[in-house]
Design a protein around this ligand. Structure first.
Ligand code: ADP
Length: 488
């Protein structure tokens, strides 16, 4: 089996609450391989007792962990990074097995996840405060950065390693302790990462993880939302769930980082390098089969280059190889589950019913498997179509023709979301005009691959708030305490 792993103990199959343990009621749920739609593992189906136990452990560990010198916390994180890198092959296979992405992407995600751990290991030692010039004689004023307390991290399935690393590494670096509930579709990678964190020397109680089925996700998370000892929620997932978390945590006024849905525009102007734009779109759109929150969801091409661009794009998309991650040549894997394929199919049907034309693809691929959808290019898309308003989260590119810059900027911004946006142009004045006019947290200018641990990642509008990565990422897990000493 090409996706088998060498270290079986990276599959503990249990919760970690100071030690590896079953759910208190002994329930478990199945994990399926999206490539074959067959069950291949199971993990605890936790409930409120497990959530509470994890919280108690994290709360009890906080005082000691925040007192550990930053350099020592950094050394533990560096060891965690080294272990993740050393297990890149096993972790990459695990990601591909439970999430479905091609193995090269699974390995790439491990490197990307590790880059956040390394980054925050370094940032841990730089949580400097301020010495503030006092306005009067006899006083000294300081601002200290302190860890906020217990953090609840709730992660999605599309990047099972990177999302864990991006939340847990800064939390631990800041001196916070963590309770985590990973996505039900991909719990195994997160458990493997926690296993490596344990080996790296993260003390018991500092990092706790409980798995739960979709049916019990709310039961677990509600315990954390309602308890005043949880001081921070870090969530990546859908906008409706993000809004629910914000509402329910309002009673205890927790700090929140919400990285929610997107509806990214990708704009190609007449003055763009068309080949570079096609290349950038392929990279941005088809990574993880389009199941990426920064994935372009709407493609706008100016009239003068529309047909050339569409032809070149169609040729590239038609050549993509679809198949399981275990096939070395696969470029597009299965979608995560049947629900995801149903949504993609609904979007394509709706677009065609409303007048779009399929240039490539447009259908399921039952001969490959139940969860596969053909990479698709649609032309003649417009704003009335579901694929323009909702995140399709699949390998579908709806292309819309436009005439003017003002028209396309208005169209790009006509969405409640604001995570990523992309555009291609060689006009330097236009580049600054459009970059500043787009309502998005991340803008790719002549570039389709944006994410990097050193860059701030996050959205505006209903794509959420807070930033992950970069020199700003640590502040999300800290608060400022002002000290004023008088009588000097
Ligand atoms: P998706 O539709 O991509 O699965 P979700 O926002 O539904 O995105 O899921 C992201 C994460 O949020 C997962 O870990 C999931 O279990 C969790 N989740 C889903 N519903 C709830 C809820 N009502 N309360 C708390 N967590 C939830």
């Amino acid at each position: 089996m090409p996706l088998s792993i060498r270290r079986d103990d990276l599959l503990p199959g249990r919760n970690f609450i100071g030690r590896w343990c079953e759910a208190q009621l002994g329930r478990r749920f199945d994990v399926a391989d999206p490539a074959t739609d067959t069950v291949f593992a199971s993990v605890p189906d936790s409930g409120e007792d497990d959530a509470r136990a994890a919280l108690e452990a994290a709360h009890a560990a906080f005082t000691a962990w925040r007192a550990v010198p930053a350099r020592q916390r950094a050394q533990i994180l560096k060891r965690w990074n080294d272990l993740i890198v050393a297990h890149q092959e096993d972790l990459g296979r695990l990601i591909s097995r439970e999430q479905g992405k091609p193995l090269a992407e699974g390995r790439g995600e491990v490197a990307y996840a590790a880059s956040y751990v390394e980054w925050f290991a370094e940032e841990a030692t730089r949580a400097n405060g301020d010495v503030i010039p006092a306005p009067v004689v006899g006083r000294r004023m300081f601002a200290l950065k302190e860890p906020v307390g217990v953090v609840a991290a709730i992660t999605p399935w599309n990047f099972p390693a990177a999302m864990i690393a991006r939340k847990i590494a800064p939390a631990l670096a800041a001196g916070c302790t963590v309770v985590c509930k990973p996505a039900e579709d991909t719990p195994l990678t997160s458990l493997a990462l926690v296993k490596l964190a344990e080996e790296a020397g993260v003390p018991p109680g500092v990092l706790n993880i409980v798995t739960a089925s979709r049916e019990r996700a709310a039961e677990v998370v509600d315990v954390w939302l309602d308890d005043p000892r949880v001081r921070k929620i870090s969530f990546t997932g859908s906008t409706p769930v993000g809004k629910h978390l914000a509402r329910r945590s309002a009673d205890t006024l927790k700090k929140l980082s919400l990285e929610l849905g997107g509806n990214a525009p990708f704009i190609v102007f007449d003055d763009a390098d068309i080949d570079a734009a096609v290349e950038g779109l392929m990279a941005a759109k088809f990574r993880n089969g389009g199941q990426t929150c920064v994935s372009p969801n709407r493609v706008y091409v100016q009239a003068g280059v529309h047909d050339t661009f569409a032809d070149k794009l169609a040729e590239r998309v038609a050549a993509l190889k679809v198949g399981p991650a275990s096939d070395a040549g696969s470029q597009i894997g299965p979608m995560i589950n049947a629900r995801a394929v149903d949504k993609i199919e609904r979007h394509v049907r709706d677009a065609v019913d409303r007048g779009a034309r399929i240039l490539v693809g447009g259908q399921r691929l039952p001969a490959v498997g139940r969860n596969y959808f053909a990479p698709t290019v649609l032309i003649g898309a417009d704003t009335t179509m579901a694929c323009a308003c909702e995140e399709t989260f699949g390998p579908v590119v709806p292309v819309t023709r436009f005439e003017t810059e003002a028209e396309v900027v208005a169209a790009a911004n006509a969405t409640p979301y604001g995570l990523a946006a992309y555009f291609y142009s060689r006009d330097v004045k236009r580049i600054w005009r459009v970059a500043e006019a787009l309502e998005a947290g991340l803008v790719g200018i002549n570039e389709g691959a944006l994410a990097a641990e050193a860059a701030p990642f996050g959205g505006v509008k209903e794509s959420g708030y807070g930033r992950e990565g970069s020199i700003h990422g640590l502040d999300e897990y800290m608060h400022l305490k002002y000290l004023c000493q008088g009588q000097l």
